[in-house]
Design a protein around this ligand. Structure first.
Ligand code: GLP
Length: 242
C-alpha cells in the first residue's frame, strides 16, 4: 500500500485524475470503477475540466462500473447513484450512458442481481482502476462494519450512521433508503488498482484504522492492506491521525 499525503483535496483530485488519464492513454478500452460521495468529486471535476479543455484522453472506448446503488428509489431519481455518476463524471467525459453499468435494483430483478453484476464485471475483463472513498466508520462502497472481507455483490442494510451521513442529499432522513446493492469487499479486491481518495478531519480515524490498524471486518477498509496495488491519496486533515 502506497500512502501519499498531499497539500489539499485539490491536489488529491489532480493526482487521482493523472492516474485515470495515464491508464486511459495506455489502454483506451480500460474498465473504470467509479464511486459516489464527496471524496472523488475533486477527481471528477479535474477530469471533466481537462476533458473540456481538450487536454484529456478520449473516453469513447472505456467502460464504467459503479460500486453500489440504493434500493427503493425510482429509476432516474436524481439521488440514485447511477444518475449521480452520469451528472458528476461520465456525461462530462462524453461517455455513452450505455457504457456505464450499475447494480440492477429493479424489484423484479433483485433476486440474482448480485450474481449478474459479478458476471458482468468478469465479462468486461475486470476493473483496471477503482476509485474509492471511505465512510466515517471505515466502510467501503456500502460494506458496513461486520461485512465479510471476501463478500461479493449483494443486498445490504445501511446502518443508522451511514443513513445520517447521507441524509444531506435528501430532504429528510426518512427519505434515505434502508437497503442497497453493493459490490462486496471481495469484488472490490479484484480490481487491479485501488485508488482511495480521502479528505477531511471526519475521515482521519477511519484512515488510521484502515492503514495502520488490524485487518478486521470492524473496519472494512482495512482489507485494502491485503491488496497488491493500493494507492491512498490524503489531504492534510485526512492524514492527521497517521
Ligand atoms: C457512501 C458511499 C461510499 C462513500 C461514502 C463516503 O456511503 N456508498 O462509496 O465512500 O459514502 O462518502 P463521502 O465521500 O461523501 O464522505
Amino acid at each position: 500500500m502506497e500512502v501519499v499525503p498531499l497539500d489539499s483535496a485539490e491536489a488529491v483530485g489532480a493526482l487521482a485524475a493523472d492516474t485515470f488519464e495515464a491508464l486511459v492513454r495506455s489502454k483506451p478500452d480500460a474498465v473504470l470503477g467509479l464511486a459516489t460521495g464527496s471524496s472523488p468529486l475533486p477527481t471528477y471535476e479535474e477530469l471533466v475540466r481537462r476533458h473540456a479543455a481538450g487536454t484529456g484522453p478520449s473516453y469513447d472506448r472505456v467502460r464504467c462500473f459503479t460500486l453500489d446503488e440504493y434500493v427503493g428509489l425510482p429509476l432516474g431519481h436524481p439521488q440514485t447513484y447511477r444518475e449521480t455518476i452520469f451528472a458528476e463524471v461520465t456525461d462530462g467525459l462524453g461517455i455513452d450512458r450505455g457504457r456505464v453499468a450499475s447494480p440492477d435494483v429493479d424489484p423484479a430483478g433483485l433476486p440474482g442481481a448480485g450474481a449478474r453484476y459479478e458476471a458482468a464485471l468478469v465479462d468486461a475483463g475486470g476493473v483496471d482502476v477503482q476509485v474509492l472513498g471511505i465512510g466515517s466508520d471505515g466502510h467501503l462502497a456500502f460494506n458496513e462494519p461486520g461485512s465479510s472481507l471476501v463478500s461479493l455483490t449483494r443486498l445490504k442494510t445501511l446502518t443508522d450512521r451511514t443513513r445520517q451521513d447521507n441524509a444531506r442529499f435528501f430532504d429528510s432522513i426518512d427519505e434515505v433508503p434502508r437497503h442497497v446493492l453493493t459490490q462486496g469487499l471481495g469484488t472490490i479486491g479484484r480490481a487491479r488498482h485501488l485508488l482511495l481518495v480521502v479528505s477531511g478531519e471526519g475521515k482521519a480515524q477511519a484512515v488510521a484504522d484502515a492503514v495502520e490498524g488490524p485487518v478486521s471486518a470492524s473496519c472494512p477498509a482495512s482489507v485494502l492492506q491485503l491488496h497488491p496495488h493500493v494507492t491512498v491519496l490524503l489531504d492534510p486533515a485526512a492524514a492527521s491521525r497517521l
